[in-house]
Design a protein around this ligand. Structure first.
Ligand code: PLP
Length: 356
């Protein structure tokens, strides 16, 4: 039976990315050695990193003066590296969910943290608006897509301070005005690569300004200077990332990804709104995520939750159980998800509705 992969992350990657990476694991560039067996300093590997960086810059239209880094530690380590490198006195954070809260917690160890707004009291069912960002902060941190709660900032905020963003779960799903940011980071395991590599886009002249000592491995300057080769980088995930970046370019880039994301999510939200059995969890329609679509059973049909999960699983849906903080269901619709998978889920919802 065909499987439809709605996993929240690690999640679906284009099939050709997996095949090309598998091929390189068996035989890298006809060398007779596996990608897993070669040095990251081998002359054949440097072009992989160079092309991945170049494609990152091209696809996101990154201006001059920025570096693209491939590091370890996941987005979770960036929660700490960001304030380590940029927080001298005070930083502002928008509290839009679990990951934003974790980022804020780390920053508090380095200076004053202003929570400009929060939707915690409403279980993060919307993204706060109308807040003021103090003009004297070192940066304003946002989480552009809230993977757990299914809310998303669909455009770069208009503020007069440098932005920092966790884009773990919506990178490459829309154009971004990188010039507004001093740092954009994320774990790769949604729209880019298997887990194990973290991407960081950093503005070169924003680093080296804080007065504290930064341990070598946590200093962005180290990795900028060494082109992500200060220590042994995760070569297999970086190789896979390059294959995804090539795929993205061939498909038409981030504008095309945005078009597809909107198409998929419009289809699924329309069915959630139409079907009497279900209800979307995000209360502000403009904040509904294109990437992670969260819904629950309507109140009158609460007792059918386990039945629907079983029904959908038997029809090939994978990973649609909602996160425990929200309950119900979450259909993650990342870049590589074919529209047919969304249609298969909709068919499931309609068939289940007919049975009740
Ligand atoms: N930020 C967001 C928005 C996420 O969705 C996740 C993981 O799902 C993280 C951060 C944590 O990423 P990592 O596991 O790479 O540390």
């Amino acid at each position: 039976m065909k499987k439809h992969n709605f996993n929240a992350g690690p999640s679906i990657l284009p099939r050709e990315v997996i095949e090309k990476t598998a091929q390189a694991i068996l035989d890298f560039n006809g060398s007779g050695l596996s990608l897993m067996e070669i040095s990251h300093r081998a002359k054949d590997f440097q072009p992989v990193v160079d092309e991945a960086v170049a494609l990152f810059k091209e696809l996101l239209n990154i201006p001059d003066g920025y570096s693209v880094l491939f590091l370890g530690g996941g987005a979770s380590l960036e929660f700490c590296m960001v304030p380590y490198n940029f927080l001298e006195k005070k930083a502002a954070y928008l509290n839009t969910g679990t990951w934003a809260k974790k980022a804020m917690k780390e920053a508090k160890a380095f200076g004053e943290v202003v929570e400009v707004a929060s939707s915690a009291d409403a279980n993060y069912t919307f993204i706060p608006k109308g807040y003021e960002v103090p003009s004297d902060v070192d940066y304003f941190h946002i989480t552009t897509n809230n993977t757990i709660y299914g809310t998303e900032l669909h455009a770069d905020p208009e503020v007069n301070v440098p932005l920092v963003a966790d884009m773990s779960s919506d990178i490459f799903s829309r154009p971004v005005d990188v010039s507004k940011y001093i740092c954009i980071y994320g774990g790769a395991q949604k729209n880019l690569a298997p887990a194990g590599v973290t991407f960081v886009i950093v503005k070169n002249d924003a680093v080296g300004k804080v007065s504290r000592h930064i341990p070598t491995m946590l200093d962005y300057q180290t990795h900028i200077e060494k082109g992500s080769m200060f220590n042994t980088p995760p070569v297999v995930p970086i190789y896979a990332a390059l294959q995804t970046l090539r795929w993205l370019k061939a498909q038409g880039g981030v504008e095309e990804m945005q078009r597809r994301a909107k198409l998929r999510s419009d289809m699924l939200y329309a069915e959630i709104d139409r079907n009497k059995l279900f209800r979307g969890t995000v209360t502000a329609p403009e904040d509904r995520s294109y990437m992670n679509i969260c819904f629950v059973m309507a109140d009158e049909y609460k007792e059918l939750e386990a039945d629907f999960l079983k029904f959908a699983t038997e029809k090939g849906m994978v990973g649609i159980k909602g996160h425990r903080s929200v309950g119900g269901f979450r259909a993650s619709c990342y870049n590589a998800l074919p529209v047919e998978s969304v249609q298969a889920l909709i068919d499931c919802m309609q068939e289940f509705e007919k049975m009740h």
